[in-house]
Design a protein. Sequence first.
Length: 294
Amino acid sequence: MKGIITAIQRMSIHDGPGLRSTLFMKGCNLRCRWCHNPETWNPLKQLQHIPSRCMECHTCQSVCRYDVFSSGEGPLELDRKSCILCGDCVENCPGEALSIVGREITAGDAAAELLSDKVFFETAGGGVTISGGEPLLQAEFCREVLEICKNEDIHTAIESNLTGSWQVISGLSDYVDLWMCDLKIYDSAKHKEWTGAGNEIIKENIARLAMSGAVLTVRTPVIPGVNDDENEIGKMCEFLSSVHGNIVYELLPFHTLGFEKYGNLGMRNQVEGMKDLDTAVLERLKRIPEQYGF
Ligand code: SF4
Ligand code: SF4
């Protein structure tokens, strides 16, 4: 079975315990305004142009048969609607400023790439993580990858927004050692305003996973002016305490790394002026989960 991914990242230390290989799926059903991985939203391939690498030589304009690039000198402008992703401009760009984001891959090939660091997982601890985008949108592909990893006795984790149905989640649970998800904002209407969807199903799935005995890491990305207050974090801690699960709760500070990707992909960044979270705020807020025993 084939899936569409944005990347396979090896030697990651941020996507679960130990040293990990992470598979980033392409396609997400949420639109968190603060997202630093906007290249994972669209489930289709996309043309990326990185202006800082561009030599403004206009070779791309001369090789493209579909008039995607502006004519004349100076900075390029792209008419992305006309692009058929043939890749001719990418191959001929001397500055490596152009690329196609997204590649199709079979589950077997993805697993083989992920398992190429198996020896490190076994010696240093670690494993394979499937992240996104939203993995549950390509659940059957993910199941195949995870099953291959489990057959090799490798620790597996999945990072999901948990908006999928319980049927899809439970269909994967035999192959997942660690579920990682976000609880971004407690109030559902506010969650919808900032991410495009309410959070009832997310809370329900967290509770069901906890009750099923799954090992869970729940994270809250702390966003300035959105959820960076004691009341908000307190409500989330209250909820997570009430479901009595095997839960690790983490607060993640908002950062602007990756924001340039919006422009590179011709997308609009809705929170362009937002600044990195002040670490003093995180220090203050982390006392709340500690009071709840997280
Ligand atoms: S070919 Fe590459 S370096 Fe030259 S103008 Fe196009 S994007 Fe820029
Ligand atoms: S990928 Fe093909 S169609 Fe798209 S801009 Fe490049 S050359 Fe033109």
